[in-house]
Design a protein around this ligand. Sequence first.
Ligand code: GDP
Ligand code: MG
Length: 448
Amino acid sequence: SLSEKLQNVFKNLRGKGRLSEADVKAALKEVKMALLEADVNFKVVKQFVKSVEERAIGQDVMNGLNPGQMVIKIVNEEMVSLMGSETVEIAFRPGKELTVIMMVGLQGAGKTTTTAKLAGKFKSKGKKTLLAACDIYRPAAIEQLKINGEKQGVPVFEMGDKVRPSEIAKAAMEEAKRTECNVLIIDTAGRLHIDEEMMAELIEIKEACSVFQTILVVDAMTGQDAVNVSSTFDDKIGIDGVILTKLDGDTRGGAALSIRAVTGKPILYAGMGEKLSDLEQFYPDRMASRILGMGDVLSLIEKAQENIDEEKARQLEQKMRKNEFDFEMYLDSMSQMKKMGGLSSIMGMMPGMMGGMGGMAKGKMPDIDTDAAEKQMARTEAIIYSMTPKERQNPNLLNPSRKIRIAKGAGVDIADVNRLIKQFEQMKKMMKQMGGFGKKGKRGLFKG
Ligand code: GDP
Ligand code: MG
């Protein structure tokens, strides 16, 4: 397996303090072979190996890791970034406007099943959903969608198999609007291979009912084919994201690694089984560790990373105790929060911490709009990054003209900059009041 091969390669790297060019090159040659065997697109492999090489050569080996593990760390990080790093959500039209989603893909990829799976997800998010049966070719396709829709408690719109799919889609859109639905998901027909007729039909549907999101469903077991299918669909009809099905099989996930890199389109969800609940949000980091198949090594790396974070957290505490809290530390603390797994858990631990963020902390924990919170965090980061190091260390420097410059740099309003500064002052005050934290025996503020 890829995992075993990598382990073998990295065995030879043990006992060296810094990664030499020869070591890295030899190791990456094997990595390259192994990735190709896992059915990763060759262009992706080439680019991937190059970027890992650039990063790895001359790198110091982190405390607590051997050089082999250090290379794995870099390989892992590059894999995550190849898959887009962040989890991407399906986009919706703003407010109460109807969002039309069209599901496309080859026959048997899992469109109909995934349509029903998604309907369940949307329903649990409080979105009123209608499904449209536009596969008029496959025998019993309409019935299949109806049965699955019923299981999910979501209505299915159909007009039998004698009406043009684009007409059905259009009528479904009217019905969705009439019944004040938030989402319409259109299940379409696939074929065994990509052909002009199928593409023409999909384009016709897309145009007939102003599709907002076109989601391609691909079978992960088909490996590189899945990648080719993705780029063809994207070229011909334009896709907004991909759902990778059948990842519950023993597929290595080569497709997952390449799709984003080849098409630039995110993987939104992963199908993990035939049951309608078997649909999971796609996490690039989890996928990377699956491809590497090195759970043990990866958790070791995490641990080494934690030690570094712990050291950082300790420094942070010391500074705070001396009331030297500045924007550099604010940034640090934000990145620590992210690592600790989501905002809601952090806010549970630190009441009042997020006091300034649009009143988010006022509601009960389950009601927190984490989407908005993450966006807010990104904006905050952008503002701090737009400050000069001097400004970060000495926020007193922030006069109006500097604020204007920072707002421009971060692409936000001055009001946002002012809000952040105010929030920062509040936080600083709070830190002071909490003076006693970090006492012996207690873990620091930024470590659970
Ligand atoms: P369509 O032709 O694209 O509409 O594909 P279907 O939704 O009819 O699915 C084809 C087959 O794949 C069905 O037997 C599904 O149960 C199965 N299937 C779909 N998604 C998954 C998945 O994530 N895992 C597994 N194991 N089977 C799946
Ligand atoms: Mg189908």
